[in-house]
Design a protein. Sequence first.
Length: 245
Amino acid sequence: MNDIFEISESNKKLGIITRRNTNGEEFELVKNFIDYRKEIFRPTSTKKLAIFIEPKINLSYPDIVFVEYNPNNYEQWNKSRFKIGSADLKILYHIYVSNGIDATNIVTQLGYNWKDVMLSVEKLYDSDLIIRKSQKWCVKNKKSLTVKKIEAVEAKISKWDEVFQQAIINRNFASESYALSKRTINPPKNALDRFNEFGIGLYIQNNDGFKMMQEAKKTLIPVSFNSIYFNEWIGRAISLAGRAV
């Protein structure tokens, strides 16, 4: 794999669904910002960048998601992980946050039926993601579930309420959530105050290029099971490419 790779189209093998891009001023803003981020990114042997354009996360499509990851975490990728779906990731995340849990409590706490839980546990075990310890299921290696950073960016030309609402939704999976706008003058103070209150960052494009006007609040990941999607997509992409570099 290259230091930077980009996914903008649906891919059944990776399990990714994306929304078709619509040409216009906002899409140009998105493309220009991606080019800018590629230019300033400085890869290392333990830091690479994956860029997802409008991937489906639950029922929403964030405009851009930048994911920094350590390629070494994918060197022993188990191909059984290609079979993992949304319900399996929910159970995996529940095991992760529980720091060990038996199947009975998974059924009780998540409201799933016994058969579905056991099928998911079997898939997660075959994928080498969980182990049995003291009669409880535990995540084998927490590094196998996470990446360095998930930064979501939502672009709007001037619709501050709309971009704010989507940026809040993006916090459900991202470690950092940003709004992106194109303005020749500074945004209104009430918008900045609102973003700051909820930990939303802000990028602005003006005549001098792109500028971070406000830094986002950083959150530890995985924030939810939705965060793990990006880790799995990256692992699958690297596996299909044939080597983890």
